[in-house]
Design a protein around this ligand. Structure first.
Ligand SMILES: Nc1ncnc2c1ncn2[C@@H]1O[C@H](COP(=O)(O)OP(=O)(O)OP(=O)(O)O)[C@@H](O)[C@H]1O
Ligand SMILES: [Mg+2]
Length: 255
């Protein structure tokens, strides 16, 4: 069974005054198997965040279905949704979504606190992650006291600390310098090799070249897919760059 099944998802936003409608997703279908590492690319405004929000059940599609481990997300009851999300999903949002009145550590602990874990257990889980992400000395600081890249790393720590089956990340390297971005991508590869599935939206060809598959979204549809196969990161980089050129200069829809 696929971990995630997205079937004919369409999203139309209606503006506040009811006048204009924006078709953010026209017809998106794809599946993600357990242990996959998938990058999603597409121009700004192509619907990537909209798609992630729907997959995270933070927003509902106008039509179409999302199945997580065979569960129709539309049928999960509202009061069970938060627990369902917590058990299965980890998120890294484009704007981090850290709580300003919580220290980084308390932000990272949040999903564990919500599922009733003991403090010592939380500390034990955090230690290796904080070490790896280079935020050990920052854990008692508040989000407004640290840089964008550091906030982003705390957001990543929060997403992975529960070891969720599926990690959804929106532009996780967006606020990082190239070294920190490389480190984060190494960490994602390690997590993926450990068995966690990753779905990552990114503008960065370099970041995407770490993934095992890249989906390209254009005009609210999956325009093309690239599979890594046996390619090295460098070869994957070149293939992605070539595909993006076709994508931005027009060209026929491929499979
Ligand atoms: N809440 C909303 N109400 C109305 N329109 C919206 C809303 N959110 C997004 N849109 C529109 O839907 C389209 C897709 O937006 P989305 O945020 O999904 O793009 P994106 O691919 O994530 O872009 P970026 O790469 O800049 O983050 C855009 O045209 C955007 O203006
Ligand atoms: Mg976005």
């Amino acid at each position: 069974m696929s971990l995630l099944d997205v079937k004919n998802v369409k999203k139309i936003y209606t503006t506040r005054f009811g006048g204009n409608q924006v078709e953010a997703l026209k017809n998106v279908s794809f599946s993600v198997e357990p242990r996959e590492y998938v990058a999603i690319m597409g121009e700004s405004g192509s619907g990537k965040t909209t798609l992630l929000n729907i997959l995270a059940s933070l927003d509902k599609p106008t039509s179409g279905k999302v199945y997580l481990k065979g569960n129709d997300m539309a049928k999960v009851k509202e009061k069970e949704l938060a627990a369902f999300r917590r058990q299965n999903l980890g998120f890294v949002f484009q704007d981090f979504n850290l709580l300003d009145t919580f220290s980084l550590k308390d932000n990272i602990f949040l999903p564990l606190v919500l599922s009733g874990k003991k403090y010592e257990e939380m500390e034990k889980k955090l230690a290796p992650i904080a070490e790896r992400l280079g935020i050990k000395s920052l854990l008692d600081k508040f989000p407004y006291e640290v840089s964008g890249g550091q906030k982003q790393r705390a957001a990543v720590a929060r997403a992975i600390i529960t070891k969720p089956q599926l990690i959804l990340a929106d532009e996780p390297t967006g606020a990082l310098d190239s070294r920190a971005a490389d480190e984060l991508m190494n960490l994602f590869s390690v997590i993926n090799n450990d068995g966690q599935t990753i779905l990552m939206v990114t503008h960065s060809v370099k970041a995407a070249s770490n993934a095992k598959r890249v989906l390209f979204i254009k005009d609210g549809e999956v325009f093309h897919q690239l599979y890594r196969g046996n390619l090295t990161n460098e070869q994957m980089y070149q293939k992605i760059a070539d595909t993006l050129t076709v994508l931005t200069t027009g060209g026929e829809r491929g499979e």
